[in-house]
Design a binder for this molecule. Structure first.
Ligand SMILES: Nc1ncnc2c1ncn2[C@@H]1O[C@H](COP(=O)(O)OP(=O)(O)OP(=O)(O)O)[C@@H](O)[C@H]1O
Ligand SMILES: [Mg+2]
Length: 418
């Protein structure tokens, strides 16, 4: 109930219902029907007049043997008898009604029998208050319907904002919002669009910078490598060459990251299980300690080269930082899941939230022995997100790291193999 929509609906319905309620109460008060007792005096006059006519000119009235019958109106009958008694003309008159739609009948006992006369309905007519209650109930329903309709319309632009923000893509960009609705909403939509545009520009320029730096580093790195070949001491030369190789790797990874981020790669339907098993086979020949323990058929939609790179990064991490890797490929009707486990030290819990940040290193001292740019996980994360999937990284129950990649199964009919 604590939503703007509910509050607006309550406000509109409350205003309508209370206005109509107050107006109806005023109307009922102003047009209030006269008290029934006030009509008793003239009724007693009528009784006395009729009795007089029956006595002096009986031919003018019709006399019957029995009273009119129907349900006796007890209150009116007793008030009328009291009034006649007070006038010292007591008479056992009866006011009765055959049914609620017909007017009441007055039965007056006279010498020859019963004199029956129709009288006008005594106010207030029965059921008038029920009618008013029904009228109020109808208005309440109408007011609630109107209130819901208008509050929905008023809140709609805000719901569109909410949806737009929810749909922020893996590139962290907002889809363009439509400029429509009330003035305030249009202004907010314009501001969000311009913020989104400026963010996009800033991100693109940052990415261009990274790519340019990576690219421009290649030439001096090549020159350094040539010069290093002339270092005379063998150990010194090996160290120089190793450092220069690492620099080259960092430059290449930076360029790769920008390529993935620009999202230009084309997706195709492919067999995830085959891709992973071929990759494992290839890495085994490069002497990495990797086993594929389970492999179920799974078809996903992604760019083959990119996805291969993502799994290569994750599996090599497990085989290097985590000593040895165990890989499984499982699949349900909607999700394919690749789990990569290892026997390494895992990642300290206070750092695990930062693993996808560029240049993250959990153990700077240890990783000195393992070449790497610190971009492998960032690139893998980017690729898997682009393919509509997600990576979770957590420490195993006993030791090692658990890297879980989930990708949606490709639902396109007749999607590819291999
Ligand atoms: N399986 C793992 N076990 C323990 N630590 C890990 C594991 N995988 C990654 N890490 C930690 O996360 C850091 C970042 O990994 P990432 O793959 O991004 O970079 P890298 O492996 O150092 O270099 P590269 O860019 O060449 O992959 C690693 O340096 C390592 O400290
Ligand atoms: Mg790595």
């Amino acid at each position: 109930m604590n939503t703007l929509r509910a509050k607006l609906a309550m406000l509109i319905a409350g205003v309508i219902i209370s206005m109509v309620g107050v107006l109806t109460a005023v109307l009922v008060y102003v047009l209030r029907p006269p008290d029934t007792r006030q009509a008793i005096g003239p009724l007693a006059d009528q009784v006395q007049l009729l009795v007089e006519i029956a006595r002096t000119a009986p031919s003018l009235v019709s006399i019957q043997q029995k009273p009119a019958g129907g349900d006796v109106e007890a209150d009116v009958t007793s008030w009328l008898r009291e009034t006649l008694e007070a006038r010292e003309a007591p008479r056992d008159v009866l006011v009765s009604r055959k049914n609620s739609r017909d007017p009441p009948l007055l039965s007056i006992p006279v010498d020859q029998g019963w004199l029956i006369a129709q009288i006008t309905d005594l106010p207030p007519p029965s059921g008038v208050y029920n009618l008013i209650l029904m009228w109020l109930a109808l208005i309440a329903f109408g007011a609630i319907a109107i209130a819901l309709f208008f509050s929905n319309r008023m809140v709609k632009p805000l719901v569109l904002f909410e949806r737009a923000i929810e749909s922020v893509g893996s590139d962290a960009l907002l889809p363009e919002l439509a400029i429509k609705g009330p003035a305030e909403v249009r202004v907010a939509a314009k501001a969000i669009n311009s913020l989104s545009y400026r963010l996009k520009m800033a991100m693109e320029s940052r990415m261009r910078l990274v790519a340019a730096a990576g690219h421009d580093l290649r030439t001096p790195i090549t020159r350094m490598r040539l010069r290093a070949e002339f270092v005379e001491n063998d150990d010194d030369r090996a160290m120089w060459l190793k450092d220069i190789d690492e620099l080259g790797q960092i430059a290449d990874s930076a360029i790769l990251l920008v390529q993935e981020d620009s999202g230009k790669s084309v997706a195709e339907a492919l067999r995830l299980d085959i891709l992973v098993s071929e990759l494992v086979g290839e890495l085994q020949t490069l002497s990495y300690d990797i086993t594929l323990t389970l492999s179920a058929v799974a078809i996903v939609r992604a760019n083959r080269t990119s996805l291969n790179r993502a799994f290569r990064n994750l599996i090599i991490n497990a085989a290097t930082h985590g000593k040895r890797a165990r890989v499984t490929v499982e699949s349900t009707s909607s999700v394919a899941q690749v789990v990569i486990e290892d026997d390494g030290p895992g990642i300290p819990p206070d750092m695990i939230g930062h693993v996808f940040e560029p240049f993250f290193r959990a153990h700077p001292a240890r990783t000195k022995h393992i070449d790497g740019a610190g971009l492998g996980l960032t690139i893998a994360h980017e690729i898997v997100q682009r393919a509509g999937g997600a990576i979770t990284i957590e420490n195993g129950p006993l030791r090692g790291l658990l890297q879980i990649v989930k990708l949606p199964i490709d639902q396109t009919p007749g999607s590819g193999r291999g």
